[in-house]
Design a protein around this ligand. Structure first.
Ligand SMILES: [Zn+2]
Length: 109
């Protein structure tokens, strides 16, 4: 039973059962620092798509604000979403206006 109520020190490996301060090295279990270490961290990609009349499709034009060299041959919104999705980027948001669709993708760091 006692084994279930203790915790193993992340810093030195000592198994503690009494307090949240490691008896061997003084590491504080459950401190703010430790919670931040355990939180997921995210990075984002912003893709702005414009409608290309010639291709009759929405096409990726800007990625993180950088205009693609030739957006008339750039991947369509569908293609860029699948390319990023295949690399672990999840579409988490989008915004539409008359001339643009902006997509936001996120992935764990
Ligand atoms: Zn310790």
């Amino acid at each position: 039973m006692a084994e279930d109520t203790g915790w193993k020190c992340k810093h030195c490996g000592h198994f503690n059962t009494r307090t949240n301060i490691c008896a061997k090295c003084g590491y504080q279990y459950g401190s703010t620092v430790m919670q931040e270490e355990n939180m997921s961290q995210w990075k984002y990609i912003f893709v702005t798509c414009n409608h290309n009349e010639g291709r009759a499709n929405w096409v990726a034009r800007y990625i993180n604000g950088q205009e693609l060299p030739d957006w008339t041959t750039a991947p369509t919104m569908y293609e860029v979403s699948n390319q990023l999705g295949g690399k672990g980027w999840e579409l988490v948001g989008f915004a539409t206006s008359e001339h643009a669709i902006r997509l936001v993708f996120k992935r764990e760091k």
